[in-house]
Design a protein around this ligand. Sequence first.
Ligand SMILES: [Zn+2]
Length: 645
Amino acid sequence: MDRSGLGLALAFAAAICLFTTGALAAQPPQPMPLPKAAPIPDPRDIAYPGELQVSVDATDLTHGIFSVRETIPTDGKPMVLTYPRWLPGAHNPSGQIDKFAGLIVHANGTRLEWKRDPADVYAFHIDPKGAKQIDIGFQFLSAVSTREGRVVMTPEMLNAQWISLALYPAGYFTRDIKVKPSIRLPQGWRYATALDTDHADGQWVTFRTTTFNTLADSPLIAGKYFKSIDLSPDGPAPVHLDVIADSPEQLEMKPEQIEAHRNLIKQAYMNFGSHHYDHYDFLLSLSDKMGGSGLEHHQSSEDGTSPKYFTDWDKGSAGRDLLAHEFTHSWDGKFRRGADLWTPTFNVPMRDSLLWVYEGQTQYWGYVLAARSGLISKQDALDAIAETAATYDHRVGREWKALIDTTNDPIVAQRRPQSWLTWQRSEDYYSEGQLIWLDVDTLIRERSGGKRSLSDFAKLFFGIYDGSFVTQTYVFDDVVKALNTIEPYDWAGFLHTRLEGHGPGAPLDGLQRGGYRLVYTDIQTPYAKSAEARRETTDFMYSLGFTVNREGQLSNVQWEGPAFKAGLTADTQLVAVNGLTYSGDLLKTAVKAAKGGADPIELLVKINNHYRTVRIDWHEGLKYPHLERTTKGAASLDAILEPLN
Ligand SMILES: [Zn+2]
């Protein structure tokens, strides 16, 4: 603006001021919140009168549709039905309401209109108008491709999760609602579930009356190709490995493979000194069509993994801690649960502050029990711990976000992809928790002169009420008290430091005390190679600071690492390395060649339709994590991985 216009502008501004001041008196009223919508009754710990019936037709394999009919006794007055929103195991509000469709309600043959609660999309208001029972029908629409979520029905198998297949009346604890479930399965298919079968009638299977709580916790698998193995012929309760697969040859297992799974049961009993189920079923699905899973339940687990689980056994053990992890949850997570995580219904918000016990210690026992039972070798277990130690030693987000805050991640991120994982952090209470429990185990061993260990804690904390599966809750102080009973120490201070501290680096004292240290060499361990193959990525995390997928796109870039500093982000496409078409092997060769030299590694990259050449000055070669022995003779980490007897 030139000087000539300035006076005019000032005058205009003054006029605006006057106008605004003058207008204040005539301002419209501020908006105010509306009163709450029709109330949804709070849950009470009293028996729901009568028994729900849930019948699921699971035979529409062509469309992946589960058709549900449900009868619900009522007192004739207006009621609210809810669809489970807060999912145990996911620890977040990810109930699949988007796949719930076709709701139609009848009473005495007359159609009743339902109305979705305006503030809670998981709640439906219904007025039975005096009828003593309502009949409802709806469908659960399985994702037909991974684009929409997890596929749970294929031409060869299905995974019926009752928690997605039933509505329940609001106002009652789910343990107080009785339900009789039944399911129609495709002709000739076999099934497994923790539910007790009452009778079968053609394709319909009816189960014994149970509580809504137990129903939601007792999914079912069924398949064209099915095998069931008794894993505990001499144990205190039946345990079965129930396997479904895409094709019959994937069910072929060798005696030593069965033996390793049987050892898992024995080793778990020796570790926990108890069991918390009438019978337990591993619901193992081997498929590249149905979505994978690892979901714990009190008397079963959904274990979905590679179709080559048995047939490519020797090609790698990455991920083979799955069953040990999920089985451990029967004790840690299902039987004993953080008091803030336990909720009376599936529509009351969960709070996840103790997941470093629930998932952290389970992650620890998962690897330890897998090694003790022979599901993975001791060397694989050590190599897996090396990967974990390196991953969390590079988790620079610790600087702003302490481990305890990552227990909010299931709710914060719900496992959506992240641009900057190492800075944002993601559910780190699992594997950093594992390192903390290694720290605890080795410290108990050291202080007690090898007389006691974390297994004694496991027996004391998880072993109570042997045979019962009534969940027992705990708070932070209960964990500290149990640790102090095993080995007196300032456990509260110890845990606070590790849960609330900011590093630097991962909690690696347990490694050192266990007789090992974390080192990096240019050789990848067989375990790391197997993990790479499983994830379909190539790992340059500790050299150039990224991992890259099979298509040459960066999948994870280390915050403030060499690639970050060169301006690279996730999804950057690698096009060429030093002028030659990119391949993972070529980049490895280039990193090796640049070691100790002066020339940078030159990458041609593509971001959207922009091509760019970046130079990364990295001269330390390839770096992969390993554990290196620091002591002669027996180290306590070696002892931890040995089978109990
Ligand atoms: Zn888990």
